[in-house]
Each structure stands twice: as C-alpha cells, then as structure tokens.
Design a protein around this ligand. Sequence first.
Ligand SMILES: [Zn+2]
Length: 708
Amino acid sequence: MGFRSDIKRDYQAVFKKDPAARNSIEVILAYPGFHAIFFHRINHFLWKKRIPVLPRLISHIVRFLTGIEIHPAAEIGPGFFIDHGMGVVIGETTEIGQDCLLYQGVTLGGTGKEKGKRHPTLGNNVSVGAGAKILGPIRIGNNVIIGSNSVVLRSIPDNAVCVGVPGRVTKRKIIRMTTEEGLVEVMDYFPDPMTEKLRDMESQLESLAKRMEAMERLGGKGGKMRVYNTLTGRKEEFVPLVPGKVRMYVCGVTVYDHCHIGHARSAIVFDVISRYLRYKDFEVTFVKNFTDVDDKIINRAKQEGVPWDSVAKKYTEEYYEDMGRLGVGKPDVEPKATEHIQEIISIVKGLIDKGYAYEVEGSVYFEVDKFPEYGKLSKRDREEIMAGARVEVDERKRNPLDFVLWKKSKEGEPSWESPWGPGRPGWHIECTAMSVKHLGESFDIHAGGADLIFPHHENEIAQSESFTGKPFAKYWFHNGFITIDREKMSKSLGNFFTVKEVLDRFDPEVVRLFLLSTHYRSPIEFSDEQLREAEVSLDRYYSTIVRINNFFERDDGEERPSDAEKHYEEKLRSMKEKFEEAMDDDFNTALALGHAFELIKDVNRFLDAHPEGIKAKDLLKKAKEFLSEVGSVLNIFAKTPYEWYRSLMAMKRIPLSEKEIVEKIQERKDAREKKDWERADRIRNELDEKGIILEDKKDRTDWRVKAG
Ligand SMILES: [Zn+2]
C-alpha cells in the first residue's frame, strides 16, 4: 500500500469507527487521532529513508499537539484510527495490522532493554479500549477486542475478547454480520469450552446443595434438567417458579416479509423445547407474539402502496402457512402488539409515574441511567455498549442509550390516542405488556434468537423490572444464528433462503432434522449439502422401518438367540435413559439424535444377523416404539415409509408415476423370466437414472427413491 492509499483508508476509518464524525472538514481539522496517523505516515517514510533527527522531532511536536506519541519506526497498517486520542503511546517496534482502533490512554509499550523487538504486534481489525496497556513483544490476534483498562502481557488468539488485569480471554465466538450499517460484530453468546466447564462445575456444586430441596418442591417432575441461562452465563438446574408448571415467552416475528430459514430455526427449536418440557410432565403455557406494528411494516406498506395493516395481515397469514407446512406446533397464546395498546399505555404511564421514563414532544423514553443493572443480560457495561453499539442519535434523549417506549406518529402512520397525543408503541414495550398480561410479572423462560439479547431483551428487562419491581424472567434461552459462508443469514444482506424455497426442494422433516442436528445455541452453516445429508439420514430411518415391517410379516420361526441379539437388547435397554440424559443437558437434540441413529444402525445389524422368533419381533417392536417416542418430541419420524417415498418423489421431481414404476418392474420381471438379461438390466438402469432404486427380494421386487 502506498502513502496516499493508506491515508485514504485512515480517513475512511474515522467515519466507520466514530458515529459522531459528520464531514471531511471536521475530520481534517478537529481529529487529533487522524492528525497523529497522518504525520506518522510521513514520519515513518522519513525514518525508513534513514533521515536523522527530523522524524523524532516531528513525532515530538505531534505529541505536543495531539497527546499521541507514535514512534516513527512503528509499522501501522491502513485503516487505523485513534478515537479521543489523549495519552496514546505507540512504541518503536510496534506493528499494527489493518483497520485497528485505539481509544484514549492506550499504551503499546515495550519490555526489556535489549535491542530488537520489544513491543506488541496487533493483527487486523483489533480494537483496544480506553486505558488498556499491551506490553512486550506479544501478538494480539485478528479481530480481538481488548477491554478498557486491561493490562495484556500475553499473546491473545484471533477473535477473542480480553479483559481485566492481567488480561484474560473471556469469549471467542464472534459472528460477523454485514448489515446496512456495514460490518457489525456480534457475540454468539456461546462461551469457550473451558470457561463453560469451569462455570459448570461451580454451578454443579451449588446445585448439589439445593438438589434435595429442589426435588421436593418439584414433586418428582422434571428433575435433573440443566439449562444454559444467558442471564447467569452458565448451565444451571431447571427449577420453575411454580412446581410442575412452566411459563414460557418467545419473541416472535415482525410480520413484514416472508419467513426465512432463520425464523424457522427459532420456531422449531422452541417448539421442540416446549414439547420436551411437556414430555417431562410439566404443565406448559407457551406464549409467542407477533409484532404487527413497526417501522419495517410501515416502510413495506409505503413501498407497496398499501395500508400498513394489510401488510401485517398478509404476512401473518404467510407465517401460519409456512409454520403449518414445517409442522411447527401452535403456541398456547399468540398475542399481537396492536391488540395490547391499552396495556402498553398503562405500563408506559406507570414508568413515567415511577420516574423511570420521560416524555419529550409526544414521545416517551426509558431513562437507562435509572436502572443500574442495565447490561446484565448482554454482560456489557455502558461504556462497552456505547463503544460497540450503533446507538441511535437523538437530541431529545437524555442519554444516547435511552430507548423509545412510545413513539409520536408521523402524518399517515398508524396511531392510537394516548396521554402524550397520537402515537404508537416502541418495539420493546410490547413484549413486556404481553408477557406480563399472559404469564404474570415473573415467569420462567424468556427466549428468542441471539440477535435479540441486545438491545431488545436488555431493554425488556430494564422496563419490566422497573415497572413491576420484581425479577422478570428466570431463565433466558437464545438460539444461535444460521450462517451462509460463515456470515449470518439476514434479510439486509440478501443471503437468505425463504422457508418456501427450502420446502420446495426438501421435505419438512428433513429441514427439522437438519436444524436439530446442531445444538440450539451453536451457529449452523446452511447448505444444500447439509440438507441432503439430513435427507439420507431420514431415509435410513424409513428404510429401517420398512425392514422391521417386513420382518413382522414373516412367520415366527424358531428362537435363535445370538450375540447380535444380546448386544442389541442391551443397547435398547439404555436408549431411553440416554435420550433423556441428552435432552436434560440443555436440550442437546444433536446428541439425542445421535443416540437414535445409533440404535437404527444396531437394528440393521441385528436384522443382518437373520434373527428368528417371537423375542426378536418383540425387540424390534420396542425399537420402533422408542424411535416413535423420540420422534414425537423432536417432531420427526411422523410419516409412514410410503408417505416418505411419495414426498421424496415429489421433492425430486421424479418423472414417473407409481403406476409407471410398477409397470416397469413387471416388464423387467417378464424379461427375466424369458432370460432376456440385457433388457432386464436396461430397465433397471433406466429407472436408476430417474432416481428409482430396485431391490430384489426372494418373492418380489421393491422400489424406493434415491435420497440425498
Ligand atoms: Zn420481544
């Protein structure tokens, strides 16, 4: 990179990294951080030309003017920016990659007195918080975030977040999303395994003490379940507020467009969690809302030139159609924001009366400074939030983090009468109003996608707990993102697949199996290949059921105990326990499915050993029953093999009817009887090319559709 292009990148970085930067004149005249890097680039050029004294002199003068000291020898990549620059010191042998950001008071300092490398090396896209010190010839990986005031003495791996004195790595999983606002980084809230393990042990000790008491209160229901709670940041024993009952609220969709597969994941995950809670004998009340008035809906209506409520109505219907096709169960209550305006107004009024909210020109804002615990869910303090978040700039707010509870409606926008004039609810307040109304002021589970942790759920907690004076939800569950080529699937990026598109090519059970084959908190990489793999797995299940059914049709025969039978019987006995163990451990559907497919493998091995007798039949019957029980929780395995093959024929666009296939099989049989092997083979190959596989049995030929 040349001098000019580097400076250009530095200049652009100011706008990227400082939301307050408005125009070029301001940046060129009033950004000491920009001055510092500008002169450093000149200085560094002179330094490399081995010009004596002058570079050091310029560096000294620039430090005097900007409060930033950069040794002329430091190697700094393009796109570099120092925000609020006073007191920054960058030592001689420092190397900095591209697109890095430093705040005030940062020291990139040296240790030791020997010549040579004594200062740190920063990778690309590193952010260093105010007052942090990075000392010695260590390496800070790409995309690392160093927290304010931490003192880092050891190398930090890529994608880590490092805080404290001495600096330690806290979280590693970061998902990068390109949105309309540019590149945004989001924690996947999936802690690194070591931290999770430590916390797990800690909480196990705690829960052991509580176990006896808890078991009594549970009245035998649900015991031993452990769930990951975003609020506490660890797995803990699941003990509902009222023994035997679970009240659960999930943030639903904003109805302004078709559902994409990311929405399907959230719907399927929480559907399965509610099914498993019922399987564990809990009495579950499951509430999931619709956001049916919102900026996105209003914008969509403007684009299409239709009334806003017809957009909401249309996409609510589409949502039902998609979820119906996906086989997602209906929650017990499905409240809509527009049906709870009075409840919303009375909560907003209550928040003003209690001093948590204020009105400005017909809009009402929640005052974040009045809620000291703000940030407890997303585990960030206000400074971090301010540094990381895209905070809406609005001069009417007392603090940029304050959020709108009630929004004054503009001309032509939907509006309701309120004590503050005509307006409409802000996004967050509706969930407080609806959950409190349908589940009570405190309830058990609040859930949604990981992208809702901040600001939506953080704001919900602040306004709800301020209003009621009680803890809001006890457990917070968040499902991971779906990524395509490692980027979050999102509408704004255009890298998404609608539910309709996917269901056009794959059976709903394939989609469900695919989504449940990964733990619900982990990100899933979406690809056709993965879906085809799920299709092959499901096909293995259905063809196993065919084998079992065929076995049932046979005469009983003589008992023939074998090693295969013994092995299989043992496996079968422990299966239910294993399934529940997996699901009790934070709804680990991936592991539960692993056990189910292991059993399927064992069934096939058992059948390969040609068993005979009533006991064999009984054992196979038990396997079938167990698999159908697993299926009823995970909402798969619900078809008959015949329905499965019919569905595959439709999905694969097989250019033959069943009648034609049967006729071909008959033709082939005739040819074989006439010993016309060539013709028989030709028919088999012809069917194979069209995706139909023939299986010759003793007395007949079966056919099935090629999966995958
Ligand atoms: Zn919500």
